[in-house]
Design a protein around this ligand. Sequence first.
Ligand code: COA
Length: 151
Amino acid sequence: MKLSVRALHHVDLEEVLRIEQECFPSAWTDTEFQRFLAMDGVRAFIVAYRRLTCGFYVVELDSQRLRVLNLAVDPVFRRRGVARFLLGKIEALAKAQRRPRIELEVRETNLAAQLLYRKAGYRAVEILREHYGNEDGYLMRRELWPHESSA
Ligand SMILES: CC(C)(COP(=O)(O)OP(=O)(O)OC[C@H]1O[C@@H](n2cnc3c(N)ncnc32)[C@H](O)[C@@H]1OP(=O)(O)O)[C@@H](O)C(=O)NCCC(=O)NCCS
């Protein structure tokens, strides 16, 4: 499947919101998307197959790291390597921007995402107590230059 990636534009929001609502119990609203997209250091992208949007991701570059704020794949495109592809793009962006690590948060019950991240080299480094209402989460991290950052 030949995938492409490009910056998320306002015209993409309707489709992105549809995917978001199908993916998350507490989905970001249109207003929340707009708020994040307006923040300094935040960048958002969509992944497309031909002209179809099959996933998206939103990241924030701060001084130390790249944080993944949101990431989802349309259910009809799952288990075909879309998320693996977009994690590769995220890693390339972090390296191009000279950020030594990538961090993200994931629900304790979201096993599919945890397996995805573990396979891509992320490790759980902290339990986030009641981060999602009653539910705990994990902070997961991938060090891109482990020897340099631990020196
Ligand atoms: C988690 C999610 C992004 C995975 O997307 P995807 O495109 O289906 O993932 P990929 O096809 O790239 O899978 C790569 C690997 O991740 C793991 N994986 C992904 N989904 C899995 C699942 N449902 N069960 C078990 N392992 C899974 C597998 O190891 C898989 O490799 P394999 O297919 O060769 O076994 C997708 O299920 C999703 O959008 N979920 C809802 C939103 C979400 O949870 N976002 C992350 C928030 S932190």
